[in-house]
Design a binder for this molecule. Structure first.
Ligand code: G4P
Length: 316
């Protein structure tokens, strides 16, 4: 991560537009807040990738959300598009109209969290296998420059840009999408969270896929149990193997067997983020207080006056 940060920091001054690849099923949770800080002030193109897996209505909502932000444009893509370059190039020219031509080539940095489809897109843009797809998370690659046109260069970020999980919900959505390695989360917990969202937002998708009725009235646990039973994920005593049932739910969501679903709207995400930022600020205050107490103990900063001390001083 440190290397990736360093590489982005070094490259960013010569960059005209930053392309951030987002997962169209979770455009808020798959954004990296650290990237926003590092690239502040640069025109930004948000690419909602894997749109083939996402709810088209919600993709439209996200596109208008991003397109309403100053210095930001957004478009949706997926790997089935044989020539995505034209759309990317024209969006970048709209964002940086003063760049173009051999004297002032457009320089674009492309970033995205693991598994968002960056290598696949780069391969398509390049027309041959430039970046290995399905790369092992954490393997640092050398930054590469891809020439899209004589006056259009695309710089790939080396290393891995991990998502920063600011609130539990974004972590669950990232895990459900496949952005987080298998050993880093509890499948049952993730499946229950996923079912909790889907039974409220997409009940008919669940009913159709798992041949169930009344899913909106079931608890998440009842639903996971019912899915396990339908699929024969049983263990001793005809009990449901919840781990197996959870894997089925996650796998079928990822493969869009449940249909094209999106796990967050802009409005929902902004609410979650506000909660996350509040918790973050509270955590930081606690950390600062602990650090201050440590420095007081080491006599590196003066001990704060005791409550009431100031009052008695001023009344003298
Ligand atoms: P990354 O470089 O951002 O880490 O992602 P990468 O391109 O390796 O893609 C991660 C997975 O997502 C790959 O599947 C890839 O095929 C798939 N993918 C990429 N773009 C799209 C898209 O637009 N739509 C859909 N549905 N899938 C996409 P994989 O199962 O990990 O590997 P493989 O089976 O393709 O080898």
């Amino acid at each position: 991560m440190h290397l990736t940060r360093k590489a982005i920091a070094e490259r960013i001054k010569d960059i005209d537009v930053v392309i951030e690849l987002l997962d169209a099923r979770l455009p808020g949770s798959s954004a990296n807040p650290m990237l926003a800080d590092m690239t502040a002030g640069k025109p930004s193109l948000k690419v909602l990738n894997k749109q083939d897996l996402a709810d088209p209505e919600r993709t439209e909502m996200w596109l208008s959300h991003f397109n309403g932000m100053p210095g930001v444009r957004a478009l949706a893509l997926d790997a089935s598009m044989v020539a995505p370059a034209r759309e990317l190039v024209s969006a970048c020219h709209l964002l940086a109209p003063n760049r173009g031509g051999m004297a002032k080539p457009m320089r674009v940095l492309i970033c995205g969290i693991p598994n968002v489809g960056k290598s696949t897109l780069i391969n398509t843009l390049k027309g041959k296998r430039a970046a290995k797809t399905g790369d092992e998370a954490g393997v640092t690659k050398i930054e590469q420059r891809i020439t899209i046109a004589d006056d259009f260069y695309l710089y790939d970020t080396p290393g891995v840009l991990w998502p920063r999980i600011i609130v539990a919900k974004t972590g669950y959505n990232l895990a459900a999408s496949g952005a987080i390695g298998r050993n880093a989360f509890n499948e049952e917990e993730v499946a229950l969270e996923l079912l909790d969202y889907l039974r409220r937002q997409y009940p008919s998708a669940l009913e159709a896929r798992f041949k169930l009725t009344g899913v909106a009235d079931k608890t998440d646990e009842q639903l996971l149990d019912a899915i396990g039973r339908k699929r024969g994920a049983l263990q001793g005593g005809a009990r449901v193997n919840l781990q197996k049932a959870a894997e089925i739910v996650i796998h079928e969501f990822r493969g869009a067997s449940l249909g094209r679903l999106t796990l967050e709207t802009p409005h929902e995400f902004l609410e979650w983020r506000a909660v996350g930022e509040k918790l973050d600020a509270e955590r930081q205050l606690k950390k600062d207080a602990i650090e201050h107490a440590r420095l007081v103990r080491l006599k590196k900063v003066p001990r704060p006056p005791r409550a009431g001390a100031r009052d008695s001083e001023s009344s003298d």
